[in-house]
Design a protein. Structure first.
Lengths: 165, 243
């Protein structure tokens, strides 16, 4: 195993889950998120000399995953609820407050979800998020502010209902 | 005063993050499979630059130059597109040529696990009731003119995600690139355990075959069972599709 291979393997191991959660927050479906993320990590390895020097390699992977699009294979047989994660999508989880928050995230406009996801799971600042998404830093801050405001309203409404019961 | 008036941005984000953590995530795919696919990307990009007659496996990675490669890649893609047009033209000739032949009577193979019925128009209807006897199904599909590979749970794939399923370790097949659009026309229909899948041999691109990979090798394919069946286009080869 070369040094680069080990380096990539370590990066992959440490980054898979936060990147996957960020992807799920944006695309909604864990299955689709996994498909696109796996493809993005493959591309990261193909360009590893560049990606390893990137200031935010996880953000590079997520951005690539978001640009990857649909899978090239088709799932033919799984239109049924299963016990594992593949049946889960944002808003489908019956877990009280979490379900309502997930639903609220799913209702955010796509760009707001992207900004919020990169902030939440990759802990990026607005300037880095803006660079990754190809938008102005001020625009990224605006999306983040609006997204947080919407989520706060959801939290507030939910807690007030619970407090009045 | 509302309960959450005092929540800071960070607190809101933390609450949202925790809500997403409630969703169980799939285990990551094998990193070896990820890297193998990445290496395939690398070889393909170099092939596009250097042309198919030049071996690329030994080229050092440090020769990579993104901007220069992008220019060359654009030229390479243009050449590939021209080639694809030629191949498409040849493919259409083949279809028209075979259309003048009389269709043979439908051939039936009724087995316990699956059913394969060749239609008069050449399409093949596949219904699967159990994920059993993949070798028999593979033989039957090939006999009906489909360069096919069938694998039922080749590497204990239960619970694995889709990427890991089609890229299972030891898969004799390699992805056929550039066939994403055609793949939609190669297999139509619906669920294999109800209406069935229709495989259209005439829609399969030259040099491509179809691989079916199921994540389960036991049990009935009913709405109550667990399992996945994926189809995708693969490169034909003796190991993969038999020829």
């Amino acid at each position: 195993v070369s040094k680069q291979q080990k380096e990539f393997a370590d990066f992959f191991k440490a980054s898979w889950e936060p990147c996957l959660r960020a992807m799920v927050a944006v695309v909604g479906s864990p299955q689709l998120a996994e498909d696109q993320l796996a493809e993005a990590f493959a591309r990261a390895w193909a360009s590893w000399p560049k990606v390893r020097c990137h200031p935010a390699p996880r953000a590079w992977v997520v951005r690539t995953a978001l640009n990857t699009g649909a899978s090239w294979w088709r799932r033919r047989y799984r239109d049924l609820p299963l016990a594992n994660h593949d049946s889960t999508a944002l808003g489908d989880v019956d877990i009280g407050l979490d379900a309502r928050l997930l639903s609220a995230i799913g209702r955010l406009p796509r760009r707001q979800r992207e900004v919020i996801a990169l902030r939440m799971f990759l802990d990026l600042d607005s300037a880095t998020i803006a660079r990754q998404l190809g938008i102005e830093a001020g625009t990224a801050r605006m999306h983040q502010s609006r997204g947080i405001r919407a989520l706060r309203q959801e939290l507030t409404a939910t807690k007030n209902v619970e407090a009045n019961q | 005063m509302n309960v959450h008036d005092e929540m800071t941005d960070d607190e809101v984000l933390r609450a949202a993050s925790e809500s997403l953590c409630a969703i169980p995530m799939a285990q990551p795919p094998d990193v070896e499979a990820i890297m193998a696919r990445g290496d395939a990307h690398w070889r393909r990009r170099l092939s596009a630059v250097a042309g198919p007659s030049v071996g690329t496996a030994g080229l050092p990675r440090r020769d990579y130059h993104p901007k220069r490669e992008n220019r060359r890649l654009a030229m390479g893609l243009a050449a590939v597109a021209a080639s694809a047009g030629l191949v498409l033209g040849l493919g259409l000739s083949g279809v028209f040529g075979s259309a003048s032949r009389q269709p043979s009577p439908p051939a039936h193979a009724q087995l316990a696990a699956w059913t394969v019925v060749k239609q008069a128009d050449g399409t093949v209807l596949v219904k699967i009731r159990e994920f059993r006897d993949p070798a028999g199904l593979q033989r039957k599909l090939r006999a009906d003119g489909i360069p096919a590979s069938v694998e039922f749970n080749p590497a204990n794939l239960d619970g694995k995600g889709p990427w890991a399923i089609v890229h299972f370790k030891g898969n004799p097949c390699q992805e056929y690139r550039g066939g994403e659009a055609q793949a939609q026309n190669v297999v139509t229909g619906g669920s294999p355990f109800t209406v069935g899948m229709y495989v259209h041999p005439s829609a399969i691109p030259s040099g491509a075959g179809v691989q079916f990979v199921a994540s389960s090798n036991v049990g009935y394919a009913t709405p109550d069972s667990e399992g996945d069946l994926f189809e995708w286009l693969v490169q034909t080869s003796p190991r993969c599709t038999g020829s």
